[in-house]
Design a protein around this ligand. Structure first.
Ligand code: GTP
Ligand code: MG
Length: 419
């Protein structure tokens, strides 16, 4: 009897010991009858370093902390130092139908260029009703391209293929001429193999300097970019490097408050380089991913603007070797080819890495994008199609060309057989 009792106690003890070995099930996990396989610890996002101090704007929330969980690109060390356009910062795999939506959105922004008096509208009326496709068409095409800010050299390049095609009889109908034009435009926009724009995380933090003449849209572009980056889970610090106008600093502060990110500013008339330096340090202390630095478009002193820009870039490098990682030239599309001379000055003075073309919604000369990219031999990284943050679009050549030079279904059926 005693032996039987001891045996029962032993069985119960072994049973409990066995259960203990299996460990406590995860909270909420349904109990299962069999031993669970060893669970993989979920990878936690990289913890943010402790913030040094509070953001400057009174209503600015702790930037980044309220952001959605950071995407894998937050792991800065694992990101190779690519050519910037190869690893766009906030581009994920586009969902199905995204391209159509992208084209549609771009097309809305390019409404003026697509109207009958605009770049596309004029090309369309040139082709529609054409009975004969001969080399005379080339000179008419040339006129439309030149007066749409495509520029002399770029126009010549675009037309060469069309001319050859017509001579060889390869372009037998208008559909083929459109195709040839689109293909050439794509080729021109593919500057240094960069068909897609955007930004890449390349530093710790990545420092982006925005330069350009006054009114081009630098400060607004910074605000829009900051909005997008923060929404994508990246922590942004803004540097109010346009210290020559109090209103410019204030404009950036307002954006900072709206977006919820730190704005580093100096005293009135402070050295812009030192503001950018401080912003980089601040970003490092607070574990921010990216510094967007605003600059002046016009100076009230005798100092040359280009000299000042070079000084800012040098000081940034002192704060962080290899900074600035990007120097983006912001250009107003409505000033078209006239802005090219100034753009060339910037290009001579600074190692520009790309173009932001703003106010494309305000011009009928959408061809300017092709002309500017070709003339400056710089990739277009973003285009501005309006004043809202979502109107700043990462540039992508293919959907852009489709939006600018592609025909909608009803248009192609009405003009395809015009030859
Ligand atoms: N329609 C439209 N307006 C834009 C776009 N981008 C900027 N703007 C407007 O252009 C004006 C000038 O923009 P800013 O950002 O102040 O230009 P800035 O280059 O910083 O000018 P400075 O500080 O004087 O050198 C503002 O009214 C902006 O709202 C755009 O893509 N479309
Ligand atoms: Mg400004």
């Amino acid at each position: 009897m005693l032996y039987a009792l001891i045996a029962v106690v032993a069985v119960v003890a072994i049973y409990f010991l066995f259960l203990r070995k299996r460990g406590t099930p995860e909270l909420g996990a349904p109990p299962t009858g069999r031993a669970e396989p060893k669970r993989q610890e979920p990878k936690r996002p990289e913890p943010r370093p402790q913030k040094a101090d509070a953001p400057s704007g009174p209503s600015a929330p702790a930037s980044g902390e309220a952001s959605p969980p950071p995407p894998p690109s937050r792991k800065r060390d694992s990101i190779p130092a690519p050519r910037s356009a190869e690893a766009p910062l906030h581009v994920s795999q586009p969902p199905p139908g995204a391209r159509e939506l992208e084209v549609e959105g771009l097309r809305r922004g390019l409404t003026k260029s697509r109207e009958s008096e605009g770049f596309f509208g004029r090309l369309r009326s040139l082709f529609s009703g054409k009975r004969q496709l001969d080399t005379a068409l080339v000179s008419e095409l040339e006129e439309v391209l030149l007066t749409s800010d495509v520029g002399v050299e770029t126009t010549a390049l675009l037309l060469e293929r069309v001319r050859q095609g017509l001579e060889k009889g390869e372009l037998s109908d208008t559909e083929k001429v459109w195709d040839a034009l689109r293909a050439e435009a794509l080729r021109v926009l593919d500057v240094a193999g960069t068909k897609r724009g955007g930004l890449a995380l390349r530093g710790n933090p990545t420092v982006v300097l925005l330069v350009g003449v006054n009114g081009a849209g630098k400060t607004t572009t910074i605000g829009k970019l900051a909005t997008k980056l923060q929404a994508a889970g990246h922590k942004v610090v803004l540097a109010a490097g346009d210290t020559f106008r109090a209103a410019a600093v204030q404009q950036l502060v307002v954006w900072g408050e709206r977006v919820g990110c730190t704005v580093v500013k100096g005293k009135d008339g402070a050295d812009p380089g030192s503001v950018v330096f401080d912003a980089i340090k601040k970003a490092q202390e607070s574990g921010a991913d990216i510094v967007l630095a605003d600059t002046a478009g016009r100076l009230h002193t005798k100092t040359n603007l280009m000299t000042e820009m070079k000084k800012i870039a040098k000081t940034a490098e002192k704060a962080l070797p290899e900074a600035p990682h990007e120097i983006l030239l912001v250009m107003d599309a409505t000033t078209g080819q006239n802005a090219l001379a100034q753009a060339r000055e910037f290009k001579e003075a600074l190692p520009l890495t790309g173009i932001v073309l703003t106010k494309l919604d305000g011009t009928a000369k959408g061809g300017v994008v092709i002309g500017v990219a070709h003339a400056l031999s710089l990739p277009v990284r973003f285009v501005g199609l309006g004043e809202r943050a979502e109107d700043l679009r990462e540039f992508s050549a293919e959907p852009f060309v489709e939006a600018l030079l592609g025909r909608e279904a009803d248009e192609s059926s009405s003009t395809a057989g015009a030859s």
